[in-house]
Ligand binder design. Structure first.
Ligand code: 5GP
Ligand code: MG
Ligand code: MG
Length: 182
């Protein structure tokens, strides 16, 4: 049913699963002697994080943070507001931030600085998607799944007006979806 709103698929469920497995293996090797605190950024990171942690074979803990950037549905502004903070003290911890997509990089840049300020031992980033053309701050993810072109994508956690997060693949919406007001 959701599929009727999609103009084209960028990455299928199978491609995402295969890539996530690869990332999980790298992370497993890199964190073999650590117990990372894996922090998912709500709500977009949920499907990817759920898959990823099952592909990581080290002791880990999970926590979540919800941040919002003051802006409209399609672009993020520079200011980041903490909507839900962590339950965990990050001091001395090895942090792995999980995101759905890095575009301008502002959200993650803010979080990396915040966790350093809170005295994390290390902070790394893993994102399902990276949109390098959108970058306005100097930030490179330590692990990423796929590069995407400078287009608005949905699915696998990524929303348009809080919908389409449950789409089991990543795709581009039909233009008429933006033009209608439902
Ligand atoms: P940044 O601070 O890197 O510009 O913004 C990252 C956030 O903006 C993402 O976590 C996501 O919520 C949103 N975002 C950026 N690009 C897209 C996109 O193509 N599709 C969707 N659905 N959200 C996006
Ligand atoms: Mg996000
Ligand atoms: Mg969003």
């Amino acid at each position: 049913m959701l599929e009727k709103d999609i103009e084209r698929t960028l990455y299928s469920r199978e491609e995402i699963a295969a890539k996530t497995k690869e990332l999980g293996q790298k992370i497993t090797a890199d964190y073999a002697d650590k117990t990372p605190l894996v922090i998912g950024i709500l709500k977009g990171a949920i499907p990817f994080m759920a898959e990823l942690v099952r592909d990581i074979d080290v002791y880990l803990e999970m926590d979540f943070m919800d941040v919002s950037s003051y802006g409209d549905a399609l672009v993020s502004s520079g200011e980041v507001k903490i909507v839900k903070d962590l339950d965990t003290n990050v001091e001395g911890r090895d942090i792995l931030i999980v995101e759905d997509i890095i575009d301008s990089g502002r959200t993650l840049n803010y979080l990396v600085e915040l966790f350093k300020y809170r005295k994390a031992n290390s902070v790394k980033l893993v994102t399902l998607l990276d949109k390098p053309e959108g970058r306005v701050v100097d930030l490179t993810p330590d692990y990423f799944g796929f590069h995407v072109p400078n287009e608005f994508v949905v699915g696998y956690g990524l929303d348009y007006k809080d919908r389409y997060r449950n789409l089991p693949f990543v795709g581009v919406l039909k233009p008429e979806i933006y033009e209608s007001n439902s």
